[in-house]
Ligand binder design. Structure first.
Ligand SMILES: [Zn+2]
Length: 318
């Protein structure tokens, strides 16, 4: 499949796993200090050694479906419906480059999202019952019992050997978000630690198999009186909710490609993920923020020039 694109596009055709840790806020990962809504300090998540966090991302929406739409379209005003427009998603672009597109969606599995995927496991209904739905060409998984307990990570590990390459596999994991909402801050921290530990195995296997792994989140979580929230006011305005981590494992390029050195917003992630495998295209509605930055740089140089002229003139007068 890659062969056809080799001559036209500089794609490495490496497969990609994108893990979305629903509800994981960057402030909970050291050295940051998270606080409750009333200003009390909260504990950090003990981050495993492999997870050196490269940078953070500011999300535009604090609710899962909209946030995922922005993440996968690179369009800051995206709604779930935007996913269905032609060439609007990274999935469309990956597909144009010969990729297969799969998802294991514990949350965010609305019809627009599922329609973007060639095959998906979706968790409709109560998580305790895990009602699995199969779509498209990827079917054939067994229905299993259990809840949000790391099953998706184990299934992802299993799938990366089964799926046709190159593929992009989205793994949306709900356990951290669920723990924050239902069982409070201690359970949230504990669940995050457990999930990150389980993810270590997936990251290791992907390194071995030269598969790119991107780990991020759709929003974080804020706490008040022990209860977690993110979608409503005032939770949604906190940095605990607005800032999420971005981790990249890119075994295909040496040195490993790092995220850009400016503060990334959610809409910057889509073109960044495409660039990791050498695809220098952007989804249809993505608006690059870089020209604005270039304008500021030019303005800075002009201002500096006039300041210099002014100081020179002053000195000359004396
Ligand atoms: Zn969410």
């Amino acid at each position: 499949m890659c062969f056809f694109y080799l001559f036209t596009l500089p794609s490495s055709c490496a497969s990609v796993v994108i893990v979305v840790l629903d509800g994981l806020g960057n402030l909970y990962l050291g050295p940051n200090t998270p606080h409750t809504l009333d200003g009390k300090t909260l504990p950090n998540i003990d981050v495993p050694e492999w997870m050196e966090i490269d940078c953070s991302v500011v999300v535009r929406a604090s609710e899962t479906s909209t946030s995922l739409a922005i993440l996968f379209t690179g369009y800051r005003r995206a709604t779930p419906e935007t996913l269905s427009y032609e060439n609007a998603t990274i999935f469309d672009i990956f597909r144009n480059h010969g990729y297969h597109v799969y998802g294991i969606m514990e949350q965010g599995d609305n019809r627009y999202m599922l329609n973007e995927l060639d095959g998906a496991i979706s968790f409709k209904g109560d998580p305790e019952e895990m009602n699995l739905v199969f779509t498209g060409e990827a079917g054939g998984w067994d229905v299993v019992d259990g809840g949000y307990d790391g099953w998706s990570i184990r299934e992802a590990i299993h799938l990366i050997d089964e799926l046709a390459h190159p593929f992009i596999l989205v793994v949306e994991i709900a356990s951290i978000d669920m723990a924050g909402h239902r069982r409070g801050v201690e359970a949230y921290i504990q669940e995050a630690e457990q999930t990150l530990n389980q993810l270590g195995e997936l990251v290791d296997i992907c390194k071995e198999k030269k598969i790119v792994v991107v780990i991020t989140a759709d929003h974080g979580m804020a706490f008040k009186n022990g209860r977690g929230g993110h979608a409503n006011i005032p939770y949604r305005f906190t940095d605990e909710v607005r800032i999420v981590p971005l981790y990249v494992s890119d075994p295909t390029s040496t040195p490993s490609q790092k995220p850009p050195d400016f503060q990334m917003y959610e809409e910057d992630v889509a073109p960044f993920v495409l660039s990791l495998v050498g695809i220098n295209e952007t989804p249809r509605y993505h608006e690059s923020r870089e020209p604005i930055q270039a304008h500021w740089k030019i303005l800075g140089v002009i201002v500096l020039f006039f300041v210099n002229v002014f100081v020179y003139a002053l000195l000359k007068r004396k």
